[in-house]
Design a protein around this ligand. Structure first.
Ligand code: SAH
Length: 425
């Protein structure tokens, strides 16, 4: 048993990434209050008609419309990531991030008996950079995975981003099959020959032994807000609303955000993992049921008032991991949340950085690798703001026998990489 990444990953070289620093969305704690112009965007016009004709809408409905309305939603027709966009994410900062997540999935696959097939399912894949880095690791470790049938499934509502993902992952070498009306709206083959399909909803992804990944996905799902104060920015509902069922009876905070859509997705993931095995890895900024007002907007790498010029800025709220844990309880085991710097350290980021630095003579590439490392790991930057959280079958942590979908039925280790130090079985 060794703790090395170097052997399998040696030939990988540095891949160009965005120049740093840019803003990452986890940076701020409260809604932006800067005075700003409020141009009448098509989305604002749409919301004003809607509110005038059918009455006030909840914050959750506002967030859902602004982000994912099929005609005018912020996510639907633009690439908001990177230098020219509104914010930056870890996979866009450093290739090492995705590589270590690739190792995490392989480590889980090995620890649970090397199934003959698995699906890699990503929720909200952005530009496809993260899954691209993961697939590169799968190719590098081809000798380990050689008898395993892998397929990739992307859950994405954005037309624009799905096109960018297709370009990144397939280079359209094999013409993509497109059918906008079907639940599988696009299909193709990745550069390394793996079948890849696109869906708008997790429910449409085939059930089967899967590894799920959600990076900066849960934070864009619509939240309901509850406030016990007279200093309001939003209008308080005059009486109880059905969403109040989501609040804990012993809740003590005077301002609470709840994301029922996240609960629905976690329940679906938990049922699937309990039924067919696999794991889910959720990485996001968030808290463990302690924070209050985290709803905020980002535009052009700046904090943006959430009510100004809707449709032009990203809207996001911190993920409440205590809620995700409650939704998984009884069906699967959960681990975390643990801080990003601890997770990546356990996954061997230092060894990986050294390999890439040793391989590169180019000062600008070395500087980019070091800056990327600092951005991901520095506790004052993303290191402490971002968390990792995993869902696993109960048997995975009990050290029992794992038989479903597995070629071998030997007992598997109960240590889960990332949440403790990576150790190849
Ligand atoms: N995971 C990527 C992108 C994060 S941005 C990264 O870390 O770089 C959020 C992503 O989720 C975008 O791809 C956006 O289009 C997608 N998205 C937002 N709401 C969604 C929904 N309801 N269903 C599926 N995808 C959604």
């Amino acid at each position: 048993m060794s703790v090395l990444l170097r052997s399998g990953l040696g030939p990988l070289c540095a891949v160009a990434r965005a120049a740093i620093p840019f803003i990452w969305r986890g940076k701020y704690f409260s809604s932006g209050n800067e005075p700003a112009e409020n141009p009448v965007t098509p989305m604002l016009r749409h919301l004003m008609y809607k509110i005038k004709s059918t009455g006030p809408i909840t914050v959750a409905e506002y967030m859902k419309e602004v982000l994912t309305n099929p005609a005018k939603g912020y996510y639907v027709y633009r690439d908001m990531l990177g230098e020219k966009g509104d914010f930056i994410t870890s996979p866009e900062i450093s290739q090492i991030f995705g590589e270590l997540l690739g190792i995490w999935f392989i480590s889980e696959w090995m620890a649970t008996g090397k199934s003959t097939a698995f699906q890699l399912v990503e929720l909200g894949p952005g530009r496809g950079t993260l899954v691209g880095d993961i697939l590169r690791v799968f190719t590098q470790l081809g000798s380990v995975l050689k008898n395993c049938d892998i397929s990739v499934h992307l859950v994405e509502v954005s037309q624009k981003l799905s096109e960018i993902q297709a370009l990144t992952l397939t280079k359209e070498k094999v013409p993509l099959e497109r059918n906008a009306g079907s639940p599988v709206y696009m299909k193709g083959v990745t550069k390394s020959g793996i079948p890849i399909s696109w869906y708008r909803d997790l429910h449409d992804v085939p059930k089967g032994y899967s590894f799920y990944l959600a990076h900066e996905f849960f934070d864009v799902l619509p939240v309901h807000k509850f406030q016990v104060s007279d200093k309001l920015r939003f209008v308080l509902a005059p009486s109880a609303t059905p969403a109040e069922a989501f609040i804990q009876h012993d809740e003590t905070r005077d301002h609470v955000e709840v994301c029922p859509d996240a609960g629905v997705i976690i329940e679906e993931l938990s049922q699937r993992i309990a039924l067919t095995g696999g794991a889910a890895l959720v990485a996001d900024y968030g808290h463990d049921g302690t924070k209050t007002d985290t709803f905020r907007g980002f535009c052009d790498h700046k904090l943006h008032d959430v009510l100004i010029a809707p449709g032009t800025a990203d809207l996001t709220a911190d993920v409440d991991f205590s809620y995700l844990r409650r939704m998984a309880q009884g069906k699967v085991a959960s681990l975390g949340p643990i801080k990003q710097h601890t997770f990546l350290k356990n996954m061997g980021i230092d060894v990986r950085l050294k390999v890439l630095l040793d391989k590169s003579n180019e000062p600008s590439v070395r500087q980019q690798l070091l800056q990327g490392y600092d951005m991901l790991m520095n506790p004052k930057k993303m290191g402490e703001r971002f968390n990792f959280f995993a869902l696993l079958p109960h048997q995975r942590l009990q050290g029992g026998r794992y038989q479903r979908n597995a070629r071998q039925s030997k007992p598997f280790a109960s240590v889960v990489a990332g949440f403790s130090e990576l150790a190849w079985q």
